[in-house]
Design a protein around this ligand. Sequence first.
Ligand code: GDP
Ligand code: IMO
Ligand code: MG
Length: 434
Amino acid sequence: MNNIIIVGAQWGDEGKGKIVDMLCEPFDVVVRYQGGHNAGHTVRIGDKKFILKLIPSGILHPGKRAVIGNGLVIDPGALIEEIGMLEAAGIDVTSQLSISNRAHVIFPFHRMMEKMTEDTHRRISIGTTSRGIGPCYEDKIGRRGIRMVDLLDREAFPALFDALVEEKEIIARALEIHERMDFKAIRAQYEAYGERLRPMVCDTARLVNTAMAQGKRVMFEGAQGTMLDVDHGTYPFVTSSSAAAGGACTGAGVGPTRIAGAVGVSKAYVTRVGAGPFPTELKDASGDEIRKRGHEFGSVTGRPRRCGWFDAPLLRYTAMLNGFDSFALTKLDVLESLDQIAVCVAYRLDGRETLEMPATAREVERLEPVYEVLPGWQEPVGNVTRYEDLPGNARRYIEFLESQVGVEMGCISVGAERTQTILRPESRFQKLLG
Ligand code: GDP
Ligand code: IMO
Ligand code: MG
């Protein structure tokens, strides 16, 4: 039982793709458990760069099984495009990929519904990725969604599709949306998508549990980040799924007793795309410097990512929610040019220090960070492979973060390449890898 979950500890884009790819070797199966093609997980291998949206990063390792679990929402057009991109790079996707028959299907009218809620003055604009993710999860929870298994059912699909369309048309009329869609053409297109994906669709919960029973090792790849989790994040500025570690159980169909540990992925600073509160956000030149050095632009939408200082109270909160055993700290190299680096060690709310993460975005907006300033190291770290070879101030920075968060940083990433990674010997991280 040495299966682990890799989870984003901030607001997404922490470098999960790189860490999952780098850790893959001892694992047999890699499973995505929530989200959809709102995710963009970048893996750099030499001069090649892959941005994976729906398919787990494990697909890049020949022979590993990659699983899209029941907790995802799938835009079949986007998935087929991603498969095509990987096949063009010589990857045998059909033999490596399994897609849950219980995952829900995104249709073009989901994107239309999202545009409507994002653009109207009646609703708060979340700054979503406009992929139809939220409206598809709404249909899932509303018990009217269409799943992969329905899409493949040649008899049942047309009627299910027509019923859902009818409902959307009523809503569109009520809200005076005049965008016309050719639903007949969409239905035919989706039937064709279904045939293309059919060979890969199965009961993935059974597949994953059987693999575990055979002693195979499974890694769960989170998408988004804990602060975007629909229950625990900065609601309503969140995504519509359970991005935190608990989501792995429902989103893959495995029991908590089958999972040995959880690793949080965190940048050495913080970023966020889209709207919502961000206590340590930098709106000055240091924010621009981090954005430039870290190439902080969304891998899905290309939007500039908001940047800020490392936020220890936020990480204490996400470490608690996920029960992190260890952290992978990424993008340390991005800070190497700075002469001083601030770390938020506490929050003040209305003049008083608070240990709790407030439940409303309105209060999180009002949090004032309390900073401690540490000296930078001002030398390149991208080629360092052993912890003890890092500059003294870089180690002091990492150890300060550990003492503030209360969880070890067992893995330090100093560049986008697989090889630009430092594993700390004797860490819990090393033990989890086994
Ligand atoms: P994910 O969504 O969590 O997988 O993260 P993204 O792929 O959206 O964003 C992380 C970005 O940082 C990608 O462009 C990675 O190639 C890059 N990256 C990951 N780790 C490091 C690192 O340690 N240093 C640098 N400079 N870039 C990194
Ligand atoms: P990865 O897996 C960063 C953000 C959007 C928006 C909010 C809701 O690459 O870390 P949605 O389209 O999901 O309804 O948008 O969530 N968001 C992400 N931000 N990384 C992601 O994924 C994200 N997926 C969604 O910007 O604020
Ligand atoms: Mg990303």
